[in-house]
Every structure is written in structure tokens, then in C-alpha cells.
Design a protein around this ligand. Structure first.
Ligand code: G1P
Length: 288
């Protein structure tokens, strides 16, 4: 069955970026000229996703406005003769069918995903975390749907991380069955270094069969007192096979300041209009 829907949890407070995120959404922070959430939606669209389900919360109206038609802006741009920009703006609202569901309380990623149960229904779906930005010609979600199409089972995106960083991730272990694809058996959310089953971390791309919702409904609060998606995946693995796929490309963790800055620099160095001058500038700055 084709994966047509993607759930994008965006209700978090973005506390690592305060005060910048006090009155606006972390997902709207721009990498060069597009907000993080735009890259996440592109990742979905490139995988053939047709419907984007945002799990949103208080103070996230900017995301709804961003993916809506801005009549005033289009009118103003048209008046100025900037037809190309009008077209560019309209393309954003035409990218997909957008649905918004409120997560009333911040009870964790698993709780956020469960909010989408009725809208997703009985079909496979993707989950995309906008913090994880992947720089590659091929979308991270697309890399997972290709595995899903072969095995018809849930698949999570993986990356080998430094063993000192395992406590920041959902960590898995398993058997490699084809190059970069694993059949997984252990899933631990944010383990201590000495308790981690490996250094294979889940990064923010997932494809799930709808059975994940039954597991989420049973999942009790885990790490950080939140309902963890990783715990529900672990329960699901007792009745369905779960695969993992190493995501090809460079991943930036834009959920923290350093990762966000690294992504900003690298995206600027890949921007046709900026790269030459920006590279020159960076060389000058680094020299000092
Ligand atoms: C979430 C998940 C974690 C995953 C990570 C990827 O954690 O809970 O399993 O490894 O995203 O970025 P968070 O970054 O929200 O703490």
C-alpha cells in the first residue's frame, strides 16, 4: 500500500532556542531563506506524500499561515510586478493537503503521533521530525518508503552516532540483512552510554503500519516522564518485524544551536547566489 500521509509533530516549545522561540515557532527558524518546516514538507513531498498532518499547539499559528495562501502578500507582489515571487509563494500552499490537529498538552512524541490516529486511519504513514534536516539529493522519507515497499513493515531512519551521544537518541540494535538495512530487535529511548544496545540511533524519519496506534494507546510514560514513540515501537516489534535503514546524506540536528548553525553554514555554501561571497567571507573570518 502506498504511503500517502505524513505526520509532522510541531507542538514543542523549542526551549533550546529561547528567547528566539518565546513568541514564534522553532520550526519557522530559517536555513538561509526557507524555514525548517519547509524542508520537512519537501522531504515528504519528494517521497510522494499527499497529505501533511501537523500536530500543533499554542503559538504555532505561523506554520498554518506559512502553508496557506497569503492574499495580501500576493496582491502586493503583483502590484510591484514581482510575478515570479507570486508564483513561488503560491507553490508553497499548493505543495500538499494540510491538516492541523492540536496536541493540548506536551506529553511527548508518542502522545503527539497518537493524535493523528483518526486522520491517518487504517493505512501506513510517515512521521517526520523537522529538527532533523537531511542534505542529500534524495529525501530521507523516500529512502524509507523504498524499504517499506519491499517488506511492508515499519521502517525507522538510522544513523551511527558517537557513543558519547547515545543518551540523546532512541537507540536500536539488530541484524544487517542487506547493505544499510537492519532487522531490529532492541529499542531504548535515550539510554546511558553503558546501557545502550549499540550506537545506531533513530533519526527523525519513520514509516509505520497503523498497528503503531494500538501500541501508543498502551504506552505508559517513559524517559523524561513522556509517552515515547520508541517505547511503542519496541512493543510493536513483539508482533511485527521492524526494519531500520541507514539514511544516506548529511544530517543536521537543528534542534540545538550548534547543529542549526552548522546547517546554516552548509546550506549557504550550497546556495548558488550566496556561495562564492559567503565562502570568501568565512575564510576571512576564520583566519583571525
Ligand atoms: C526524538 C526521539 C528519539 C530520536 C530523536 C531523533 O528525540 O524521541 O528517539 O532519536 O528524536 O532526532 P528528541 O530529539 O525529540 O529528544
Amino acid at each position: 500500500m502506498k504511503v500517502r500521509k505524513a505526520v509532522l509533530p510541531v507542538a514543542g516549545f523549542g526551549t533550546r532556542f529561547l528567547p528566539a522561540t518565546k513568541s514564534s515557532s522553532k520550526e519557522m527558524l530559517p536555513l538561509v531563506d526557507k524555514p525548517l518546516i519547509h524542508y520537512a514538507v519537501e522531504d515528504a513531498i519528494d517521497a510522494g506524500i499527499e497529505q501533511i498532518i501537523f500536530i500543533t499547539g499554542r503559538g504555532k499559528r505561523a506554520i498554518e499561515d506559512y502553508f496557506d495562501i497569503s492574499f495580501e502578500l500576493e496582491f502586493h507582489l503583483k502590484f510591484q510586478g514581482k510575478d515570479e515571487l507570486v508564483e513561488q509563494m503560491r507553490k508553497i500552499s499548493d505543495m500538499a493537503d494540510f491538516v492541523y490537529i492540536r496536541q493540548k498538552e506536551p506529553k511527548g512524541l508518542g502522545h503527539a503521533v497518537l493524535r493523528a490516529k483518526d486522520v491517518v486511519g487504517d493505512e501506513p504513514f510517515a512521521v517526520i521530525l523537522a529538527d532533523d534536516v537531511i542534505q542529500n539529493g534524495k529525501s530521507g522519507t523516500k529512502q524509507l518508503t523504498e524499504v517499506f515497499d519491499r517488506y511492508n513493515c515499519s521502517v525507522v531512519g538510522l544513523e551511527e552516532v558517537n557513543p558519547d551521544d547515545v543518551s540523546s537518541y532512541g537507540i536500536v540494535s539488530g541484524v544487517e540483512i542487506e547493505s544499510g538495512v537492519f532487522k531490529l530487535d532492541k529499542f531504548v529511548e535515550k539510554p546511558k552510554k553503558e546501557e545502550a544496545p549499540s550506537n545506531l540511533a533513530i533519526i527523525g524519519r519513520y514509516i509505520f503500519t497503523p498497528s503503531i496506534f494500538e501500541e501508543l494507546e498502551k504506552t505508559k510514560p517513559g524517559a523524561k516522564g513522556e509517552i515515547q514513540l520508541t517505547d511503542a515501537i519496541s512493543s510493536l516489534s513483539k508482533r511485527e518485524v521492524i526494519y531500520g535503514k541507514i539514511i544516506e546524506g548529511k544530517r543536521f540536528d537543528c534542534g540545538n544551536k550548534l547543529g542549526f548553525l552548522k546547517a546554516t553554514v552548509e546550506f549557504a555554501l550550497h546556495d548558488e547566489n550566496l556561495k562564492d561571497e559567503f565562502e570568501k567571507y568565512l575564510k576571512e573570518v576564520v583566519k583571525c
